[in-house]
Write a protein that binds this ligand. Sequence first.
Ligand SMILES: [Zn+2]
Ligand SMILES: [Zn+2]
Length: 339
Amino acid sequence: MKSVRLLDVKRIEPTDADLPREGKSKVLIKVELCGICGSDLHIWENGRPEGLIPGHELSGTVFDPGPAGGVLKAGDRVTAVPVNPCGTCSACMSMQFNRCLNLMADAPGITTPGAFAEYFAITAGSVRKMPDSMSFEEGAMVEPSAVALHAVNLAGIEPGDKVLIVGGGIIGLLSAAWARICGAAHIGLSEMNAKRGEKALALGDVDEVYDARDPKLQKKLLALTGGGFDKVIECAGPAPAVKSAIGATAHGAVVVLAGISYSDIPVSTMRIAMRELTLKGSYAYTLGEFDTTMDYIARKVLKTERFIDETIGLEGVQSAFTRLADPTGHVVKILVRPH
Ligand SMILES: [Zn+2]
Ligand SMILES: [Zn+2]
């Protein structure tokens, strides 16, 4: 089958691969679409694991239901929760699969073969049938939308809240969309790339965009909001973004850290203490949040097709990764169509 493989640092190329053969223990899916995610870009920038087929935000049709033969049949339109929790650790036993202690042992597209390929195999329990009202594009958007829902849930956004999103990538934009659904009164976005800022405004979930490069931004935001934002969701990762997230808070605010940084970041513990802030880390989502996301997308409450910039073939993946990683670029979401 056709696929793409990670060959080196910032190098991913089309290759032929064997059809996933999982001894009939998994469901074989013919991939229709698979989104390129921020974590795919991290893997690409590091060039590891070498030889990996990335991709975990997929939709497709069942090709061979394997052990799920009683529940699924060939041709069923599906998406999948791209995790294979071990089912036996203490976190799995309490249904917190995103905290599974062995999650990285079999993380499709991260440590084991993913869905930038014509076919993809995954545990039966992770497969979700898509309602007829859901397009393949929407199916591929469920996973990143669930990541954003988890961050928004952790923030505890309530009607009337002033919300700041830091970073206008896809998770930031989706977080803004969820914050709007939750009834936030004002949603601001801090972003250093003007093109992404314009895009966010055009999408309509964000009320105002602030230039993250402005050295006086923190002062301005505190004045503008009459003392700071109630809920802040940091979706960028680098140190200046985390610092500005903490700096723009009101007393008693919640700051959710959904962006990922590989280096340690110094923060003002003085501000955290004196403003009595709550800092929370956000990672993946619960099974319930994945299913809630499917429901909101199927009912078109959360409209996700508008976030998609392009759909490309496997031969365009290297160029797409390069463009998505460009901090001055305007694209935030590209889907891959392997067939
Ligand atoms: Zn993802
Ligand atoms: Zn586990």
